[in-house]
Design a protein around this ligand. Sequence first.
Ligand code: GUN
Ligand code: ZN
Length: 427
Amino acid sequence: MARQVHRAAIFHLRGDPGHDRGAAHYVDDGALVVENGHVIELAPWSDRFAGEQVTHHRNALIVPGFVDCHVHYPQIDMIASPGGQLLDWLKDYTFPSEARFADPKVAAEAAPFFLEQLLRNGTTTALVFATVHKHSAEALFEAALARNMRIAAGKVLMDRNCPEDLRDTAETGHADSADLIRRYHGKGRLTYAITPRFAASSTERQLALAAQLLAENPGVLLQTHLSENGAEIDLVRATYPDCVDYLEVYEKFGLATDRSVFAHGIHLSSEEWRRMGVRGSAVAFCPTSNLFLGSGLFNLAAADREHVRVGLATDVGAGTSLSQLASMNGAYKVAQLQKQTLDAFRLFYLATLGGARALGMDDRIGNFAPGKEADFVVLDLAATPLLARRVAHAKSAADRLFALAMLGDDRAVAHTYVMGERAYSRR
Ligand code: GUN
Ligand code: ZN
């Protein structure tokens, strides 16, 4: 692809602003230079770009494509289903919805819809649960390949404590996962993620085989759930009575690694947080889901204390929006309820570079360092009358970003670019 210059206000993070205030980089009138799908440079606008192919995005802010560290694509049909906490919600809504994916046509129709919704929300990378059905992962990988998106995903492993029609076996789950790794991992921009649903829904044999696959396949990720809800934790304790806590189940089988991404981690003890730091495992912080299901408040300060990588996530269908701006809004409120402060820079970090680091993809995506893949979002600072009015009164770049995070959603996404190519435009 030919060299292109995008002119607008531009913002990205060069590091974690929670540790380094200098990490935030804002250019009021900037030029993002892109060629062959990669970032060449980010510079203040100057006349030296005037003769080039320039797209001028007025009253707009360019940020790196959002990274969603935990989302279930087969749950888009039951998002916003009322009543009940996690285990009842799974039984009443989630499992029946996922059972429909036994039909390959259902998966083949849902996967492209889901990815189009990600792009509409400015999300260019996600770590995604499919269902237990092998073809549900195939459908998502094929749809991601067609859009050149950097997607990590896996077929769910689940051989107990679940409905009969959503059950695999340790052996079929292992064989299906191994075949998907062989066919899709590293193809285009795809990453395979070994996906035991959670400790209680897998037998010891299934977890052992999952760990074997993880050890045998460098670069493959592991995604699962951890310490989300009281009844869930009780079920895990009853299922693995010899383990002192939830994290120990994953540790015992070799699943708590620096390639593991655990969703939630709300009720981890300080001792479990300490071990998360030692293992180098990452956490997906899913605020809209945690509030919707009443699961609890994620303790970002505890993660920071142990230097645990954290990425923001929607966790749809328990989450109430695919917008990472909406997740930032939720994250801010979750922090407020714990007397923790989350500023705009940190919120955008968690949804971009922080997410990329949680997925081990920060050498490719997450900011506009030269050489990175050119996945970016053009946010419209006048997307709604209220946002336009609030932004007009903003006192600083941080204030503008904060207003976007609190008031924005898919309406604020004017364009989404994938590897330098326009993949979505509003209307
Ligand atoms: N724990 C096990 N499965 C799920 C799921 O689908 N969603 C959420 N939020 N938690 C889970
Ligand atoms: Zn989840």
